[in-house]
Ligand binder design. Structure first.
Ligand code: SAH
Length: 251
């Protein structure tokens, strides 16, 4: 039986179920507001923490305005502003915020660049780059991750990010050259295929080493010369395919 109650506006009789539904909608709107305020506070705290190691203000600003919780499943949202990687689909990970910040700063972006990212994953790093550069082209080898990243980035209103399913050739030579290239998966070496996609004066940031441990390298291309700097140890999921590792262990 539907119970009824008297509404306050004009004495119309409306079903109790509707009153409850309205009340719940109101409460969940309040919860959402509370959650987004908490996320914003947590995000500001994370940025404050990162600012001890990162002095690129544009990078810190980008992190401050991008909702990392939207790039992970609801089960991990509580940890979205801890400085650690988190699982995403297909056994992959969204990188640790400090690593995202270090890599983004190393690309030395001023807003005019076309940037290539290899390894879209959740799309979070692409969102950061989209705030720092002119355009972002990002490639990912798992269709489900391409689809999810497209969805979240469209919802957040990005119009300067192109996402492609990776093809046989590493990177995306169709749109080369790029002023900056970021590889967010571990490579066995600095691949010539990527150097070829880099503009003169361009920066390539890439983790290089074994499948399980790497050094974060920054390679700068000047004419035929490549200068490489080691930014320190890191650990990424493997880059798979041509000029990289064989298939993943569970494939
Ligand atoms: N930048 C991501 C984290 C990516 S994890 C983020 O912000 O969430 C690394 C990603 O690289 C994984 O999603 C993996 O599927 C992808 N990947 C591995 N090899 C690749 C290749 N050859 N081309 C494109 N993507 C690749």
């Amino acid at each position: 039986m539907i119970q009824t109650s008297i509404s306050e506006d004009g004495g119309k009789i409306i079903p109790e179920a509707m009153v409850l539904a309205n009340k719940e909608a109101h409460l969940s709107a309040l919860n959402r507001l509370q959650m987004s305020t908490d996320f914003a506070a947590a995000r500001a705290e994370l940025v404050e923490y990162l600012s001890h190691d990162i002095n690129d203000r544009r990078v810190l600003e980008a992190i401050k305005c991008i909702p990392r919780e939207k790039f992970v499943s609801s089960a991990y949202q509580y940890a979205a502003y801890e400085d650690r990687p988190l699982p995403i689909d297909k056994g992959q990970t969204i990188s640790q915020p400090l690593i995202v910040a270090i890599m983004s700063a190393a690309l030395e972006l001023d807003g005019s660049e076309k940037v290539l990212e290899v390894g879209t994953g959740s799309g979070y790093q692409a969102a950061i780059l989209a705030k720092l550069a002119w355009r972002v082209v990002t490639v990912e080898r798992h269709q489900v991750l391409v689809d999810k990243a497209k969805q979240v980035l469209a919802k957040l209103g990005y119009t300067n990010i192109e996402i492609h399913l990776a093809e046989k050739t590493l990177g995306w030579p169709q749109q080369a050259p790029y002023e900056a290239i970021i590889v967010t998966a571990a490579a066995p070496q600095v691949s010539q295929v990527l150097i070829d996609q880099l503009a003169d004066g361009g920066r390539l940031v890439i983790p290089v080493g074994s499948r399980y441990e790497q050094d974060l390298l920054k390679a700068i291309k000047q004419g035929d010369k490549i200068t490489t700097h080691n930014l320190g140890p890191c650990r990424f999921v493997p880059l798979i395919g041509n000029a990289a590792w064989g298939k993943e262990e569970d494939e």
